[in-house]
Ligand binder design. Sequence first.
Ligand SMILES: [Ca+2]
Ligand SMILES: [Ca+2]
Ligand SMILES: [Ca+2]
Length: 120
Amino acid sequence: MCLYYGQDVCTYAEAQGKCKSRNSTLAIINTEEKFRILDPMDHVWIGLDDIANEGTYRWADGSILDLQSNLRYTIFQAGEPNAAYENEDCVCNRCFHDFDKLYDDKCGETYKYLCEKAFR
Ligand SMILES: [Ca+2]
Ligand SMILES: [Ca+2]
Ligand SMILES: [Ca+2]
């Protein structure tokens, strides 16, 4: 696995495009080990959203995050994702002051981003 930490802030859709242009996707943080890699990075988009179906969170590879899983409670800020606003469909790490984990935010906000390239 190879990671690219993009520092040029952009929307979630733009971040998806920038990762794609690097032959990669936004990072799939689907294990506690990968979440620890992410830990020191703040204001950063990762590859998780519920754009297609509200309340169903899919990773950048199309797999679904089980919201009842221990992983969800490990990687998300307590009480998140909460769809506090209608268009909170994209997930970022430490994008809100006092938050040190993931939460759902508006996809049009502009943050840094983490891309991941899997070697097969
Ligand atoms: Ca939505
Ligand atoms: Ca949502
Ligand atoms: Ca939220």
